[in-house]
Design a protein. Structure first.
Length: 196
């Protein structure tokens, strides 16, 4: 028997959004390792903060070292990683916070699961489009070099799949755009959704 029951909510999401003067949304940034997801996420956060919006960035650094530090990189663990992240986003969303996520989230199925948990009306998927070759050249953490040398197995885009998103709300092509241009493109799209 389940003894857990939701408590009565005295301040609902709309009350909190009114207090913050913003619409809470979940920005889900996906792409290969090295595509520019985290750089875009932090640039977008900075631009929104400069205009008075309350945000929170979630990425591998603050999720994998904290709440999900017990998960590995099997397919099952990767799915559970995204499921937990989506549930965390729901909590921030209920507070009216704009949550910006930077995760590879490699398959359409796992991103669809996140969208379903969060709700389509509050989910904005941004695909950071950078080719495997571009990411290999950048290789900011040296992961591609290790993966190509066989030191890392199940590396997304090499021997583990990455599905290009079917219908993202926005594509930021970092093969062609500078980070400043990408941030501006993302900001203009997001601002219309979060503006009070």
């Amino acid at each position: 028997m389940n003894n857990i029951h939701p408590t009565n909510i005295y301040l609902n999401r709309e009350d909190k959004e009114q207090y913050l003067k913003q619409n809470g949304k979940v920005i889900w940034i996906t792409g290969l390792s090295g595509s520019g997801k985290s750089t875009l996420a932090h640039g977008l956060e900075r631009k929104l903060a400069q205009r008075g919006y309350l945000t929170q960035v979630l990425d591998g650094d603050n999720i994998r070292t904290g709440i999900n530090n017990n998960l590995g990189f099997t397919e099952e663990d990767r799915n559970e990683n995204i499921r937990r992240i989506a549930e965390i986003n729901k909590l921030f969303l209920n507070c009216g916070v704009i949550t910006i996520n930077a995760f590879i989230s490699p398959t359409n199925d796992v991103r669809a699961m996140a969208r379903e948990i969060i709700g389509t009306d509050d989910f904005i998927e941004i695909f950071v489009d950078a080719s495997f070759e571009t990411c290999t050249e950048r290789d900011p953490k040296g992961l591609y070099k290790k993966a190509l040398a066989g030191e890392i197995k199940n590396f997304t885009g090499l021997d583990a799949p990455f599905d290009r998103p079917d219908n993202p709300e926005l594509v930021v092509d970092t093969n062609k755009l500078s980070i400043e241009e990408g941030v501006e493109l993302a900001y203009e799209y997001v601002r219309a959704a979060v503006r009070w």
